[in-house]
Write a protein that binds this ligand. Sequence first.
Ligand code: NAP
Length: 260
Amino acid sequence: MISIDLSDKTALVMGVANARSLGWAIAEKLLEAGCRVGFSYQGERLKPELDKLLTDKVGTWTLQADATSEDDLTALFAKVREEFGTLDYLVHSIGFAPREAMEGRFIDTTPADWNTAMSVSAYTLVSIARHAEPLLRDGSSIVSLTYHASQQVVPKYNVMGVAKAALEAATRYLASEMGAAGVRVNSISAGPMRTIAARSIPGFGGMYDKAAKAAPLGRNATPEEVGKLALFLLSDLGSGVTGEVVYVDAGAHIMTMKLD
Ligand code: NAP
């Protein structure tokens, strides 16, 4: 029997808004395995929800940090150093594009909306990895969350699809540079899941149902399955895997169409 004991490991999870967040599904698996976990959240409005989730989770801590703010990241990683000394696992579960950019035509994307989507959803992986680097050690691992609209056109995903393509490319460049220190960097491509971020995608409900029908497994993957894949990629179980985009979507992305 293989059991995972992460009681001598530390993790930072960035991007838990509530119990439905994919970041929370990942954190739950890390906590179940005994890992010590710190959390960052974007705005004070999210703190009560996070505090509620963490009431019975021993040894956890939280700090506000807007991932696009260099000052916030400096303070966050100073806190990680103070709490943990070193960092084994880093979870980037952050994404945002203005709703207007997803309602209209892709061709009409404004420079401001392009920059916002790219900066929040892709560049933050790079800046967070840079801030974390001094605390990472041989065997440390970074995981982010992406979506298949980076590879194929998904209606209304628009600039977010481009931002996810940038995130996946950044994953490979970071993996190539950080590998020499024994640090792995991967991205999980999750199928559609009902979260707050998903609600900002016009027509998400219809897409959710279609993806389930198209998938070989005849259903959508679950947040818990994202958590299990993250546990594999972050921990020593995934020790030979880096620079990859690994899908957890019940197989939906392999299909072009399905006959009834
Ligand atoms: P979620 O619960 O809304 O999580 C997204 C998180 O990103 C929120 O906590 C949000 O905080 C945070 N965030 C946004 N801008 C930020 C910033 N500047 N600094 C720090 N945090 C910021 O939704 P989710 O679906 O779990 O999203 C997590 C990741 O999974 C995203 O990268 C998303 O694209 C990806 N993903 C989701 C799906 C899906 O169907 N749900 C599928 C594939 C990939 P606020 O609430 O304050 O904005």
